[in-house]
Write a protein that binds this ligand. Sequence first.
Ligand SMILES: [Zn+2]
Length: 388
Amino acid sequence: MITRDEIREISEIYSPEGCALTFYYQPATPSDKSHRHEAIFVKDMVREALAQAELQGKNPCARQDVDRILNMADQLQGNGRKAKAIFACAHRGIWKEYDLPPLLKKTQLTVNSRFHLKPLVPVLDSLPRVLIALIDRTKARIFELADEKLTEKQDFFNDLPRKGKSDGFAGYDAGHAERHELNDAMVHFKTVADYLQSYCQRTHCDKVAIGCRDESWSEIRPNLHTYTLDHLVGQFRIDPKSASPQEVKEKVDLLLAEEDGRRKLDLLSQVIGEAGRDGRGALGLRRVLRSLEMGEVQTLLIEDKFAAPGVQCTNCNHIDINMSHTCSGCGQPTIGVEDIADPLLARAMAAGIELQYLPANGDLDRVGRIAALLRFRADQNTSMKQAS
Ligand SMILES: [Zn+2]
């Protein structure tokens, strides 16, 4: 995985000769392509990108790095279901390679004067560590999902002694046994709830998901502790005994995606509402850029299709959508940037701003596919600033 600090460092590298090569590899889903086809596809794509770069008169300095990637194509072979990012500049002796969770939009290669960072957004956006418990009346299985990988942590039966199984007067004992079983189940749910609480607090998991039969949920939920409930994404329907890890992951991924979608829509309407009343919302590129330079931004919302040309100052790094050759801030020369999403993201990374990646959305489209939730508004009174 790549850290924010590494991204910031990568974003600062500038190759005036245009030799900065960025390669993203997203593994094909197993049913999609055979590995052989995938290797051919990667090679074709790389050659095409190289031809494009040469067509645009970019220095053939990326050639060496491109060859190295062509040689890798055969070995990628799905890369163990991991995506990959490579940042290379042979001129400067740079070759940085990272395995990533398979959340990239596509495999792609670019050669430019800066590294291409925007495709990283879906990866950086959110990769929560999720504690998952599959619970039925006698058993519980505990999983953890981190970096897209599911691990079974604990598989335990409730070890309470079985009661009420005596032979004897059938009519009486049957009812007796049922009551015991009911009590056993309640004690078991409570034991599991205690376990979840302590595990969650100890490991600082971001979210909790519970898998069970629908009819058990009403018995399980009241036993969960506040901390667990605060982190609960939801319940999903599954057979706790027979569920395979793959089935668990699919169900949890779906639950997370639904929750993520809801949360982002809420955030977007909050930002739009705040902007409407001149509060803590910024809509559109011009306004977001200004807020970013004023240090106002708390969360940056960026849509899948956002892209805009602009310039960046070679001296103070000021980003501008006015294509001026000199910086409006310090008067020094600027350089053209094909897509200012890249320097913008670098800036956000450096400032520790939270990134939210949104799929195509009509409301966000209308305001220019970019928006921000602000911590404060610099043009408003300072007491508000201090309150943040
Ligand atoms: Zn400047």
